[in-house]
Write a protein that binds this ligand. Structure first.
Ligand SMILES: *Cc1c(COP(=O)(O)O)cnc(C)c1O
Length: 452
């Protein structure tokens, strides 16, 4: 075992440094330009809350590789489990000759996902693949075809999930034609609800019901698919009671309620799943990102009657539930259980949120809203507090200024004007504080750079 990564920020060179620039040059002639990169710093090692690059810089990580390394990078239990599994066997294909690890992951999913009903799971490689399969299951179980999705939704980059995703650039532009029988409705987005946040839950629910009734017909709807807190769309938190109303309405109409918990799941929001905060019990849940400590694994978990409605052989894939990824997931889930990472996510919120409130007070008129839950927090930037015009360029400038100081941050949102905070839950408090100090500095610098 190599020594743990020292939990200290180090700026050894400019960001990116010379070796990263060399690799970036190699990359340009070998890797498709279609694959984007937020920060061309090439990583050599990582752990706790630190990314170590090839030039010896040590960066503070506020992104967790998009909410994946919740338990930390190269987390000790995950490393040990993967090492053991790789030595035992690396693949048989669960559809050919099965193994215990797959079954054990499905047992853990049944334990931790919302609701105490009888459940089944199926495992896949990526979040998009899980979403596609949830739709297959809902259609097969109901004999209906339409899937209802929301403004600002993000569900992946495959053909069906592009169609389910709201935002055109960069996800959809030029990639059509898209899959059909998808109906989009307004999202309950309190900050931008036309009549104000207090009326959002009730009016958004009424608009959703009316849109589905008049434009599709309830009897044609297989599933309603929603992120309980939207991820790529801008960390949009629906108002209290909204998710419950939608889930209840789905039950009354024989429609499968699918919660896409790929970004929110596995302790990120301060509960095992974001639906837990309101006691919402989805019919199907999709999971991926935080589940396996960085190894590719995804799942659909849900009501046994729905999951078993599919004909034998109808679900699967060569690599789905790979044994190494399953071993990693079991170790990551054990870490979450033993270290109470849901509690840790709440304490991280207790550190970050007051700092964002202070930042907003220091720079009035720029931060339209602070929102999110647990260790999934964000600020939405606007050019004007009254018009709420999105300020994407400011978010980009803050992100760039953070990078120069050795702090990795992510943006999101339909207009790219949301800065999000997704630190690994293994980050020590002093590093989190230092990262927030750097963020404050970068924010002020970006504002003065545009003359404010
Ligand atoms: C990331 C994400 C997906 C897609 O997952 P991939 O593993 O990138 O295919 C789907 N839904 C949500 C909510 C996500 O955040």
């Amino acid at each position: 075992m190599s020594a743990p990564v020292e939990q200290r920020r180090i700026l050894a060179t400019a960001i990116p440094g010379p070796r990263s620039l060399e690799l970036q040059a190699r990359r340009r002639v070998a890797v498709s330009a279609g694959v984007g990169t937020a920060l061309p710093v090439y990583v050599e090692r990582a752990g706790g809350g630190i990314l170590v690059d090839v030039d010896g810089n040590q960066l503070i990580d506020f992104g967790s590789g998009i909410a994946v390394t919740t338990v930390g990078n190269a987390a000790p239990r995950v490393v040990e489990a993967v090492r053991r599994q790789v030595e035992d066997f690396t693949h048989t294909c669960f559809m050919i000759t099965p193994y215990e690890e797959y079954v054990a992951v499905c047992e853990k999913l049944a334990d931790h996902t919302p609701g105490r009903h009888e459940k089944r799971s199926a495992l896949f490689n990526s979040g998009a693949e899980a979403v596609e399969n949830a739709v297959k299951i809902a259609r097969s179980a109901t004999g209906r075809s339409t899937v209802v999705v929301f403004d600002h939704a993000y569900h992946g980059r495959t053909n069906l999930t592009m169609a389910l995703t709201a935002k055109n650039l960069p996800y959809k532009q030029g990639f059509g034609p898209f899959a059909g029988d998808i109906h989009r409705v307004p999202m309950a987005y309190p900050y931008r609800w036309p009549t104000g946040p207090e009326r959002c839950a009730e009016e958004a629910f009424a608009a959703f019901v009316d849109s589905v009734h008049t434009q599709v017909g309830e009897g044609n709807v297989a599933a309603v698919l929603i992120e309980p807190i939207q991820g790529e769309g801008g960390f949009i938190v629906p108002p209290p009671a909204y998710l419950t109303a939608v889930a209840d309405w789905c039950r009354e109409n024989g429609i499968v309620f699918i919660a896409d918990e790929i970004q929110t799941g596995f302790c990120r929001t301060g509960d095992w799943f974001a639906c837990d905060a309101e006691g919402v019990v989805p019919d199907l849940v999709t999971t991926a990102k935080g589940m396996a400590g960085g190894l590719p694994l995804a799942a659909v978990t849900g009501r046994a009657d729905l999951m078993d409605a599919v004909h034998p052989g109808g679900l699967g894939g060569t690599y789905g539930g790979n044994p190494v990824a399953c071993a990693a997931a079991l170790a990551a889930i054990e870490t979450m259980e033993v270290e109470d990472l849901a509690g840790r996510a709440r304490s991280v919120e207790g550190i970050i949120r007051p700092r964002l409130e202070a930042l907003s007070a220091t720079h009035p008129g720029v931060i339209g809203e602070i929102r999110g839950r647990g260790a999934m927090l964000a600020i939405e930037l606007v050019t004007d507090i009254d018009s709420k015009a999105p300020d994407g360029p400011l978010a980009a400038a803050v992100q760039a200024a953070c990078a120069q100081q050795g702090l990795v941050t992510l943006t999101c949102g339909t207009w790219g004007n949301v800065l999000r905070f997704l630190p690994p839950l293994s980050m020590p408090d002093d590093l989190l504080d230092e990262g927030l100090d750097l963020f404050d500095g970068a924010f002020g610098e970006a504002l003065s750079g545009r003359g404010q």
